[in-house]
Write a protein that binds this ligand. Structure first.
Ligand code: GUN
Length: 283
């Protein structure tokens, strides 16, 4: 079997087009949804991500503001910037790009963001709401993956879902969303014994480890849906995922490519979350 490719770029374009329509509707009521992105330091990957987020906002008609701060700024100065954005009515969503410099406590910074502007969905109260089945903001990457599964009518009801990687940003919220959709979820981490035995049971396999090519075709159940969250550069400078695409494609039923899979959906869902924050405020 050769898997079908789940095109995240195509789906993200349709999500962004729908966002643009809803933004227009809000503008007729005098409201322009606004996203503030805070970038601390000069991490090259973060710079690219932030630029892409701002460009996507502008294209969909949202207002974006990028605040670039020196890497040696104090944590208190960053918290002051966040507090000011919390009080700014033109800002509906606040995103502090991670990772932060090592002298900062990322958890404290995230907790300082107003929960109703936390479009990343990382604030402890948003994590709690997600866990108890009443989400306000769903973290963008897992939210985008749910959209991808929905667009392909992949039912999670009673399905075996396996998530590899248990980060707060992807793995844990992914597990919660799939659990809420009726899946039996296994959340694997770096200590999991016999990872292949777990992944081989998956009807839906989500891999978010940051380790290039770590899931290979022999670890996949024939016909499974494989979602690759990884974005890594290999020795030749080529972008590759956490799944070994060539071998996985021979076994899976449906697979996301890298690039052009999950990545574009993450940005699209950030726009959705920002739009919905503005819509909530407007009602
Ligand atoms: N760094 C990598 N991914 C993300 C994300 O989704 N949000 C933020 N704020 N930082 C990130």
């Amino acid at each position: 079997m050769t898997a079908r490719i789940l095109d995240g770029k195509l789906l993200s374009d349709s999500v962004k087009a729908e966002v643009a329509t809803r933004v227009e509707a809000l503008k007729t009521r005098g409201i322009t949804p606004g996203l503030a992105v805070v970038l601390v330091g000069s991490d090259p990957a973060s710079q690219v991500y932030v630029r892409n987020k701002a460009a996507a906002c502008e294209k969909a008609g949202l207002h974006s503001r990028v605040i670039r701060l020196d890497g040696d700024i104090t944590e208190e100065a960053l918290l002051d910037v966040v507090r000011e954005l919390n009080g700014d009515d033109a800002v509906h969503g606040i995103l502090v790009q991670l990772p932060l410099p090592r002298h900062m406590n990322a958890a404290k910074v995230i907790e300082t963001i107003a929960a109703d502007k936390d479009v990343d969905g990382f604030h402890i109260s948003n994590a709690g709401l997600l866990m108890t089945g009443q989400p306000l903001f769903r973290p963008c990457t897992p939210y985008g993956i749910m959209k991808m599964l929905e667009s392909e009518q992949i039912s999670l009801w009673g399905a075996e879902a396996v998530v590899v990687g248990a980060s707060n940003i992807v793995g844990k919220p992914m597990a919660m969303l799939m659990l809420a959709a009726g899946a039996t979820v296994t959340l694997c981490n770096s200590k999991t014994r016999d990872l292949a035995a777990q992944t081989r049971r998956a009807d839906v396999l989500v891999v978010a480890t940051g380790k290039p090519g770590m899931v290979t075709g022999d670890m996949i159940k024939p016909g499974a849906t494989v979602i690759d969250v990884g974005i890594n550069r290999n020795d030749q400078g080529k972008l590759v995922g956490d799944v070994d695409f060539d071998s996985a494609r021979e076994v899976a039923g449906l697979i996301t490519p890298v690039p052009g899979g999950v990545g574009p959906m993450t940005i699209a869902m950030l726009l959705v979350n920002t739009l919905e924050a503005a819509e909530r405020r407007a009602t």
